[in-house]
Design a protein around this ligand. Sequence first.
Ligand code: SAH
Ligand code: SF4
Ligand code: F3S
Length: 441
Amino acid sequence: MPKYHIITYGCQMNKSDSEKVAGILESLGYIPSEKMEEADLILLNTCSVRERAEEKVFGKLGELRKLKKKNQKLLIGIFGCMAQRMKEELIEKFPHVDFVLGSYKFTELPKVLESLNDNNKKIVLAEDNPKPEEVDFRIIRRENKFQAWIPIIYGCNNFCTYCIVPYLRGKEKSRDPQEIIKEIEHLANQGVVEVTLLGQNVDSYGKDLGNVDLADLLVEIHKIPGIKRIRFLTSHPRDVSDKLINVVATHPKICPHWHLPLQAGSDRILRRMGRGYTYNEYKALIEKIRAKIPRASFSTDIIVGFPGEEEEDFLATRRALEEIKFDTVNLAIYSKRPGTPAASYDDPVPYETKKKWFDELENLQRKIIYERNLSMIGKEELVLAEGVNPKNPKELSGRTENYRLVFFEADRKLIGKFLLVRIIEARLWSLRGEAIREVDL
Ligand code: SAH
Ligand code: SF4
Ligand code: F3S
């Protein structure tokens, strides 16, 4: 039987797509290969959000050139956002690539592989306005037995001025709520206990359908027996509704963890980014959520050095991190993306200054996280045991409601179960705890 190997870059949506692709391949008789070198088919699921993300793929393609030389029969395919952005150009630059499938086109894999086997011609499938297509959820090969990613809305209509995602993933399209429920019921029957609903902007869910929104969907999912924990991301600070906050506050299975990208603390920069909120509006939203849900936690994304950002703007972002004290901050230096409005903005600040700002924010955030972790010592947290600690086979790893990684000694039989864990030690990126007892939710 032919073997496949998929390498995934980018966001959770890409991870979810790779699970679909693995499912499609296995339904065609392929089996997974742990080692890339032993595979007959290597697929790269790519990301274009920053130049760095693309460079990683170029590097990997260089490596693959050698493998292809050794094994002429090896098939190499690229899908995901870079495939959508570069299309034929990828084959021109990397002639050892056999096929390129733009956004959502991986559903054509069966046909593509068949025609590649018939004649060795290169294939590029990518449309300018890509439209999502569904994959039968019964065939999806999930990475994890107890947790599942569930895309609920594809695409993005926001067009923040720095961002390439809307150009590559197309218009927002919500999945049918009945289909989502059916998929989650199916997973619950197979033992999945935690689901994470995915979308570039989950608050837009249902806008194109008319009679349903994210809050309604969460209430329905909450009713599914077997599902014990529900997460959702990404929320847009402009669009989080009171109704949603109420639903999260009153439904215990929904983790009160919010991924709310702030992007910048300066109103001038937020306006130039086209984010649709001011810092004070953002802060008011956080305060509103904290008032309703005292145990709520927040993570965010920050772009450092957006074109035209000045010292003053950077200081506003630093102040924001100090004020809000996020649980996690994904920091990135601004990267110019071709075709986006910000790519033509004046960008006079040298990279060294941006790097200095970045390092300063990173150090600040480390301190905040460590303090936050220290403050958790002695607390009892509900943790889903997810697997064995790769560095210590006696320990299991899991995550708290607020997505903190915890290691604790416990029997492997407890993987997939919820445990009450007392936090006994704080580290920078993780916590250590002791298991108190299993909790039957
Ligand atoms: N829909 C999500 C995720 C988009 S991409 C959202 O709205 O947040 C994830 C993150 O990448 C963004 O939040 C942003 O912080 C970052 N990002 C996007 N474009 C970027 C660029 N050109 N340069 C640097 N970071 C960028
Ligand atoms: Fe990009 Fe903005 Fe859409 Fe997020 S909301 S995917 S940052 S355009
Ligand atoms: Fe990257 Fe595309 Fe996701 S650009 S962040 S893989 S939507």
